[in-house]
Design a protein around this ligand. Structure first.
Ligand code: ATP
Ligand code: MG
Length: 191
């Protein structure tokens, strides 16, 4: 017989000594699908609380991800596309780098400004992986953020400094991905 026969008598967590944070830093990383999707799902929750939300896309150009961008804009989310498409498509790496640096300066202002209660930095990890922006500077900005500002950072191989500065870090693990079976990204599900 199970020792868990009456779930209602059980408390899943011991709540004594716990507190409510005024904001959180979330990281979605790993090589499985779902990092950006989870961030956009969280945006729905933030919007439902009437939070002002801003998204900075580091790698994708304006014509990628039209689906979520369109709906987010309709929901009042401020959307900034920093990149000029996937980096490996870029004809001019220096320009891509300059855009990433500019995107970070801009993101740092969004975080420090306190105007938004949620700031999503989508695919920011690559800019740190390629040393375009300094991971310790990103971590410092997260730690120094205004009390009310939550931040979600997404992308594979998130820098250790950022993981250390975050409250919640989720690693998406790829069990299977359609792309490996030569199935292209599907509008409505992948973008
Ligand atoms: P999504 O935006 O679907 O949540 P993601 O943010 O976790 O994906 P990215 O690395 O940003 O992953 O992926 C960008 C695009 O590549 C998306 O269309 C996504 O569906 C697809 N993708 C995600 N993970 C993989 C993978 N392991 N192999 C191939 N394609 C992937
Ligand atoms: Mg993504």
């Amino acid at each position: 017989m199970s020792t868990h026969s009456n779930p209602q008598e059980e408390r899943p967590y011991d709540l004594s000594g716990m507190c409510r944070a005024s904001s959180l830093v979330l990281v979605n990383t790993g090589d499985g699908k779902g990092k950006s999707t989870a961030a956009f799902g969280t945006i729905l929750r933030a919007v439902s609380q009437n939070w002002p939300v801003a998204v900075v896309q580091y790698l994708k150009s304006g014509d990628w991800n039209t689906g979520e961008e369109k709906v987010c804009r309709e929901l009042g989310v401020k959307w900034f596309s920093a990149g000029d498409g996937f980096t490996w498509d870029s004809e001019n790496l220096d320009e891509t780098r300059a855009k990433a640096v500019a995107a970070w300066d801009f993101s740092a202002q969004l975080i420090a400004g306190g105007e938004y209660r949620l700031v999503v930095l989508d695919e920011i990890s690559y800019a740190m992986t390629w040393d375009w922006i300094d991971a310790s500077e990103v971590a410092a900005a997260l730690k120094a953020r205004p009390e009310s500002v939550s931040v979600i950072l997404t992308g594979r191989d998130m820098a250790e400094e950022v993981i250390e500065a975050a409250d919640t870090v989720t690693e998406m693990v790829k069990v299977k991905h359609a792309f490996d079976s030569k199935i292209l990204a599907k509008k409505g599900l992948d973008y």
